[in-house]
Design a protein around this ligand. Structure first.
Ligand code: MN
Length: 246
């Protein structure tokens, strides 16, 4: 549980639609990854790699670059629960990370080295992605000093770098910037935001969601949903059993 303490401390689950943090169960040899495009104070891309029951997480400040010569700053953030990997919706203004979250990519990753835990600790992790938009080899390299002016000096800054391979696009660092829809629902950030105003929890379904439901449906959901945000249970010992079933 200790690894998700920071995640839980930053959030009020009575207010935010994000899932409470619990350690998840491994999905097997191929680990999951997700990238969430997040329109917070600044638009950024949250890269999350499944490792040991949590998502190791970085906030990448620009769209991942397919040009190996163009490195992207990736600010290490707190571990996130595996449940977070399907989250798409709007975090209320004023809450931690307030803004709309879109599932921008997902799939599996695997380490190029033998021991990803050790490589992470050393600050040099080489991975392969098999996602819808992220493919092939990438490197995460930790910087030695915090010279970027980010508020929390305790946060480590990394670089996300595309490797030279078939999926690289030398000279086209912003090739992925035209990808603006959700891989889960096909929606743009604006469409997710407009729907989230009516429905607190649009994040529970694993399957692709169709276009926003007709007005009548959304209206019906408004009153009860606002009164009591559904998934607000604080993590309890009893909840653990339920989780294992997922
Ligand atoms: Mn974020």
């Amino acid at each position: 549980m200790a690894r998700l303490t920071a995640y839980n401390r930053k959030r009020d689950f009575a207010v935010t639609p994000e899932p409470p943090g619990r350690i998840g169960k491994s999905a097997g040899a191929r680990r999951r990854f997700v990238i969430q495009r997040h329109a917070a104070t600044r638009l950024h891309f949250d890269l999350r790699l499944e490792l040991d029951g949590v998502y190791k997480s970085w906030a990448v400040t620009k769209v991942p670059s397919l040009d190996p010569a163009t490195k992207r700053l990736a600010v290490e953030v707190e571990d996130h629960p595996i449940d977070y990997g399907t989250f798409e919706g709007t975090i209320p203004k004023g809450e931690y990370g307030g803004g709309t979250v879109q599932l921008w990519d997902n799939g599996t990753w695997w380490p190029q080295g033998e021991n990803p835990q050790r490589d992470l600790a050393k600050g040099s992790l080489k991975v392969c992605f098999d996602g819808k938009r992220m493919k092939g080899g990438w490197a995460l390299i930790r910087l030695r000093d915090d010279k970027t002016g980010f508020r929390r000096s305790t946060r480590h800054n990394w670089l996300l770098i595309k490797e030279h391979d078939d999926s690289a696009r030398p000279g086209e660092p912003d090739a992925l910037a035209s990808e603006v829809t959700s891989v889960k629902s096909g929606r743009t950030l604006e469409e997710i935001a407009s729907r989230s105003r009516n429905v607190w929890h649009s994040n529970r379904s694993e399957t692709s969601e169709p276009e926003p439901k007709p007005r009548a449906t959304a209206k019906r959901a408004t009153a009860p949903a606002k009164k009591k945000p559904a998934a607000a249970p604080k993590p309890k010992p009893a909840a653990k059993k339920k989780l294992r079933k997922r």
